[in-house]
Design a protein around this ligand. Structure first.
Ligand SMILES: [Zn+2]
Length: 245
């Protein structure tokens, strides 16, 4: 592999690395998830390199002996402003980045494009964050190939009726009919199911244009967060912050 690599990337997390350096987790459309060090990143002009939630074109150096990446240069095409000024929006962006960093993908390019669209949509309109979050989780499940069609119960194969409320099966991480369920905590109301089925074939941005009334938006938002907790198959630190708003 080339030692010097140029790639686009979203910065999913930033942390201290010793006294002088920073470590970042990146999502690149070519490389997937990458941990990289910014040497000298806590002092001087390198502090501006790869800020949290930014979208950048980065120069990476790969040290094959140490199996380590470092960021040497970069130009950001998107640096969030509104997101960092609004606490609920910061939590939302942190949640997007956490779930992506904890669910390794076989489709890094699609995941990268989805995350870019989600962050720029959030920046443009923080007040739509619940709708953006629901659409983001739904699209992420589709990219990972785990989204069910919501037409048939995946356990007993029975076709759901239009006004049926769905429950949840933990063993298969999917909604199912009441008699097949082992959880009454994740309940999908008929209206929310219609929304999910309606937006399923749409691209992310078109799905965002489907406007819901505030009560329906709140229902689908909480539903998708609960589903995301199961989907991630690991503890998500940002989930409780997000549910509290
Ligand atoms: Zn069933």
């Amino acid at each position: 592999m080339d030692r010097n690599i140029q790639t686009q990337a979203v910065v999913l997390s930033v942390r201290k690395y010793g006294e002088l350096h920073k470590a970042v987790t990146l999502l690149s459309p070519e490389l997937g998830l990458v941990d990289a060090i910014i040497f000298g990143g806590r002092k001087g002009k390198k502090t501006a390199l790869a800020p949290l939630f930014s979208i950048s074109t980065l120069q990476l150096y790969h040290n094959p002996l140490k199996k380590e990446y470092s960021v040497t240069e970069g130009v950001s095409s998107f640096i969030p402003q509104a997101i960092t000024e609004d606490l609920a929006c910061t939590y939302t962006a942190s949640f997007f980045c956490e779930i992506i960093s904890k669910t390794p993908t076989d489709e890094p390019e699609q995941t990268f494009n989805l995350l870019c669209d989600a962050l720029t949509s959030l920046e443009a309109d923080c007040s739509s964050r619940k709708r953006i979050t629901a659409a983001f989780i739904w699209k992420l499940m589709q990219i990972s190939g785990t989204a069910p069609d919501l037409e048939f119960c995946p356990v007993c194969d029975r076709r759901f009726s239009d006004d049926e409320t769905l429950f949840f099966s933990n063993p298969i991480n999917a909604p199912c009919c009441k008699s097949c369920s082992d959880s009454e905590y994740i309940v999908l109301m008929p209206g929310s199911r219609r929304y999910l089925r309606y937006t399923m074939p749409m691209d992310f941005k078109s799905a965002l244009d489907v406007v819901l009334n505030p009560a329906a938006e709140q229902r689908i938002f909480l539903y998708m967060l609960r589903w995301a907790a199961v989907f991630a198959q690991t503890q998500l630190k940002t989930l409780n912050d997000l549910m509290a708003f």
